[in-house]
Ligand binder design. Structure first.
Ligand code: ATP
Length: 442
């Protein structure tokens, strides 16, 4: 098998596992789906929430210089004028094939390509297509009621800037963080949850004095690497792309894309941009509200500059799934498992009674399950034989499985703890199990 087929094969396997085990389903499936939309199922929402909670804990709770917000999705349309989103600034170049009618983003095709990569038909000239979803507020659908679904979470941090400084009195440097949905009418969504029309972002606007921007740019590059390490992405799959002059947004003096080796190729996972004072300045001009920061030590009043680290939630999930999907051979059979870092695994542990029809085993296992549940996310499984249960838990990335067997109730009150990655089985006293797992999970 060539490397390429292996990789596309891997993508198919991930998509199929996600469906089979309740991570991600095709959106609106019983109606034939809807244009590359996806729904997170019971396991997917756990993994996603764990990632988001960890991010919040790391970048908001774990720091003294960060304020969190959760702003409205539909904001005053003037915001998108001030930010440049309603103009060509937020449009992608679109081309159509005159023969097969397929549509492409011309900046995703090799330079100067005038022919369709699929059927070799002739392509139209590129037209700019604005990515913002339009909607109307109230019952009358005219231009005065026009509004947009936000295409990024970021602008709210600038619009709420004054409220944050007036209420929380942060000292520069400080950041404002938000996570939530964003919408973009992408020309070519695809590659599973990599590019969709509604997705989630986790973003930070970090406000600094202009003279300090380079120092904080480097600092946030490093923080982003630490985050990727925390969620288990290997550094050899992560690449910096310095976005060159001419390709950066005009206000940005430096932008770095973090690219990741996804199964379908090297693509943008995250980004970090130095946006200078572009946003605050424009919002100050357009709104007429003074957005300058007042430094009571020096008596200066000025517009801070900003570093923007931005993280896509869905691309994080895809990277984590690609990284953790593993196959090995156990007793001559292929075993599939997700080697998820414990910190983000949907379940930390699963509890099984060896036999589902022995009340004594079930009762003891239930007791353990209920007790562990008070402290960690635990799965219960008594369906099929133990081998099947291990396979199920392996596929959803549960790091530890606890089995209650006859020794537990008849002999020494110990249970078996099986490790997903090493397959090692250890006998642990039931009374010490919680401590044992607590240590492991830490
Ligand atoms: P791309 O070049 O892939 O279209 P972008 O440079 O437009 O991405 P940004 O505007 O920098 O992306 O958005 C910040 C982050 O949001 C991206 O790094 C990515 O993780 C995520 N993201 C952007 N667009 C999408 C999308 N359509 N689907 C899923 N995630 C997305």
């Amino acid at each position: 098998m060539t490397d390429k087929t292996e990789k596309s094969d891997l993508m198919d396997k991930i998509v199929s596992l996600c469906k089979r085990r309740g991570f991600v389903f095709p959106g609106s499936e019983i109606y034939g789906g809807l244009a590359n939309s996806w729904d997170y199922g019971p396991l997917g929402v756990e993994l996603k929430n764990n990632i988001k909670n960890l991010w919040w804990k790391t970048f908001v709770h774990g720091r003294d210089d960060m304020q969190g917000i959760d702003a409205a999705l539909i904001m005053n349309p003037k915001i998108w004028e001030a930010s440049g989103h309603t103009t060509a600034g937020f449009a992608d170049p679109m081309v159509d094939c005159k023969k097969c009618k397929k549509r492409f983003r011309s900046d995703h095709l090799p330079e100067d390509t005038k022919i369709c990569p699929d059927c070799k038909g002739e392509l139209t000239e590129p037209r700019m297509f604005n990515l913002m979803f339009r909607t109307f507020i109230g019952p009358v659908e005219d231009e005065s009621a026009l509004a947009y679904l936000r295409p990024e979470t970021a602008q709210a941090m600038f619009v709420d800037f004054k409220n944050i400084i007036d209420t929380m009195h942060p000292k520069i440097p400080f950041g404002i963080a938000q996570m939530g949905r964003a919408f973009r009418n992408e020309i070519t969504p695809g590659n599973f949850i990599f590019r969709t029309r509604e997705f989630e972002q986790m973003e930070i606007e970090y406000f600094v004095r202009e003279k300090d921007w380079q120092e904080f740019f480097e600092y946030w590059l490093d923080q982003m690497h630490q985050w990727m390490d925390l969620i288990g992405l290997s550094s050899d799959k992560i690449h910096h792309l310095e976005v060159p002059d001419g390709e950066r947004a005009h206000y940005s003096k430096r932008t770095v894309d973090f690219e990741y080796d996804f199964p379908f190729g090297r693509k943008e996972l995250y980004g970090i941009a130095y946006r200078a004072d572009f946003d605050l300045k424009n919002h100050m001009e357009q709104s007429g509200v003074d957005l300058r920061y007042f430094d009571d030590m020096s008596g200066e009043r000025f517009l801070p500059h900003v570093i923007e680290p931005t993280f896509g939630v869905d691309r994080t999930l895809l990277a984590v799934l690609s990284e953790s999907y593993t196959e090995d051979e156990v007793n001559g059979e292929i075993r599939t498992y997700l080697k998820l870092p414990t910190i983000i695994a949907p379940y930390k542990v699963a509890v099984f009674p060896l036999l589902a029809n022995k009340p004594q085993l079930v009762e003891k296992a239930r007791e353990i399950y209920n007790d562990l549940k008070l402290e960690m996310r635990v799965a219960w499984d008594d369906g099929g034989n133990i081998g099947k249960r291990y396979r199920r838990q392996d596929e959803i990335g549960t790091p530890y499985c606890v089995t209650v067997d006859f020794d537990t109730i008849e002999k020494d009150d110990t249970v078996t703890v099986r490790d997903r990655d090493t397959l090692e089985q250890t006998r642990v006293r039931a009374s010490e199990l919680k401590n044992y797992l607590r240590e492991k999970i830490k």
